[in-house]
Design a protein around this ligand. Structure first.
Ligand code: EPZ
Length: 424
């Protein structure tokens, strides 16, 4: 199993290109199922997860063509050959569950494995299923599978989510575009990936208004056509490299980043004493050797502080001159990086959904183990700032969501390499 070795202490200087957002790309890929015409996705991140989603779509009958040098994926669902997403595929990647809504909308039925829990929490899909039921679908759970049918088509409905869910908002949109009549989603999630999905669906002929606000209205249409769409810049990748530059010290331009999607992060980073500037080509992050200040923050749905940047921010605050409090409000088990950061000398006490981080002057490199995607990259960030060598095990988590991570960091002066063979 691959590992990543980092010799910490090298400041970062240079330019890091920001790619398309994984969490938008996966839903855009699922949208290809809605039309018999091709959907061409530009600025596609080439990741284990997006490759995996493409394979799943191929198994459903979608013609898949990667044009690697153009960072483009062409998906053509002329005919749907299968409406079944088996356990092995959904278990490996939860976003596979997102094929359910489009299949139900286009073909009238689908059988998709329930995703089950994962390392960061239970992550049920009850809100997704309630939305489909409100649109008139019959839903049965049978031996771990969701069997959904709407043989006479889905009907527009008013759906008020009891709390904000990114996945349920997107999934309801993916089904409602082909429903008969108007669907209104209340208490909808407002993440930039939702506006990106709506923009792409509208290019395909959908009639969606209000995406990015609390209330989204979708007038169903009889069919969708092909389209070409560029995936929105990855705000989590942007924030991750911003925090890496802050932790390692240096001066890095995050090229192609959309500064406005990360106001909550910039607030925390500036309070910590990091210099963040929007520039015409992206966002510049600078920090000199002075210690960062402690900051308290809590994760929230967008536009609040993203849970997907909590671990990376904790890595930076491990070096703060004082005590920071971090509250995780989205997922119930998202502090698994804390014991691993402690192995590098960090002082972190976790009580329920709150972590108290008492900054130390130096972290010291050590072997550590990644448990999920964002936790893994927080260990890379800590390793960049630590003295000596850090080896991050279970790198496959990183490959799910960060394309060319070592190359991008090494181009800015980081001493980082992938170890292909295990070293005992
Ligand atoms: C998306 O997950 C992202 N994944 C996550 O990124 C991200 O952390 C999360 O949104 C929050 O921003 C993808 O886009 C593929 P939710 P999602 O539905 O849609 C509960 C990463 O590292 N809930 O907004 O699954 C749920 O358990 C990943 O890239 C229900 O109870 O998140 C959670 O506590 C990790 N019932 C909360 O709502 C439901 O039916 C918010 O989850 C749905 C969700």
């Amino acid at each position: 199993m691959d590992r990543i070795a980092i010799t910490g202490g090298a400041p970062l200087a240079g330019t890091i290109p920001i790619y398309g957002a994984k969490n938008s790309a996966l839903k855009l890929q699922a949208a290809a199922l809605l039309s018999p015409e091709p959907l061409v996705l530009e600025n596609m991140p080439d990741l284990a997860d997006t490759r995996f989603m493409a394979q799943l779509l191929a198994s459903l009958g979608v013609e898949v063509a990667w044009i690697k040098e153009a960072r483009t994926l062409r998906l053509h669902a002329a005919d749907i050959a299968s409406t079944i997403a088996p356990y092995d595929q959904v278990r490996k990647m939860r976003a596979s569950f997102n094929v359910l809504g489009p299949l139900l909308a286009r073909v009238g039925h689908a059988t998709v494995s329930l995703p089950g829990g994962c390392a960061i929490g239970a992550r049920p899909v009850d809100l997704h299923l309630k939305a489909f039921e409100a649109m008139g679908a019959d839903i049965h759970i049978d031996r771990g599978y969701v069997k959904a049918a709407a043989l006479r088509g889905l009907k527009g409905a008013e759906i008020e989510f009891p709390f904000v869910s990114v996945g349920a908002t997107e999934h309801a949109m993916l089904a409602a575009v082909l429903a008969d009549g108007e669907t209104v989603l209340k208490n909808a999630a407002r993440e930039p990936e939702i506006a990106d999905l709506a923009e792409c669906l509208n290019k395909m002929g959908a009639r969606i208004e209000g995406a990015g606000s609390h209330e989204i209205s979708i007038r169903g249409v009889a069919s969708l056509k092909g389209a070409r769409h560029a995936v929105v810049a990855d705000r989590i990748e942007t924030g991750t490299y911003a925090l890496a530059a802050a932790a390692a010290t240096g001066d890095v331009l995050l090229e192609g980043a959309n500064a406005h999607h990360l106001d909550a992060l910039w607030g925390v980073m500036r309070a910590a004493g990091v210099d963040v500037q929007e520039e015409p080509r992206g966002v510049r992050v600078r920090r000199n050797g002075r210690r960062v200040a402690p900051v308290d923050f809590e994760t929230e749905p967008y536009p609040g502080f993203p849970t997907d940047l909590q671990a990376q921010t904790m890595a930076l605050l491990c070096l703060a001159d004082g005590r920071s409090r971090i509250r995780e409000t989205i997922f119930e088990n998202r502090f698994m990086h804390a014991p691993e950061l402690t192995r590098l000398g960090a002082q972190i006490a976790v009580h329920g959904n709150e972590a108290v981080v008492t900054g130390v002057e130096h972290l010291i490199g050590a072997p550590v183990m990644a448990t999920d995607l964002r936790a893994s990259v927080s260990l890379v960030i800590a390793g960049l700032a630590a003295q000596g060598e850090t080896v991050v095990n279970r790198v496959y988590h990183l490959d799910r969501g960060f394309e060319r991570l070592e190359a991008k960091l090494a181009d800015c002066g980081a001493r980082i390499e992938r170890l292909k063979e295990p070293r005992e």
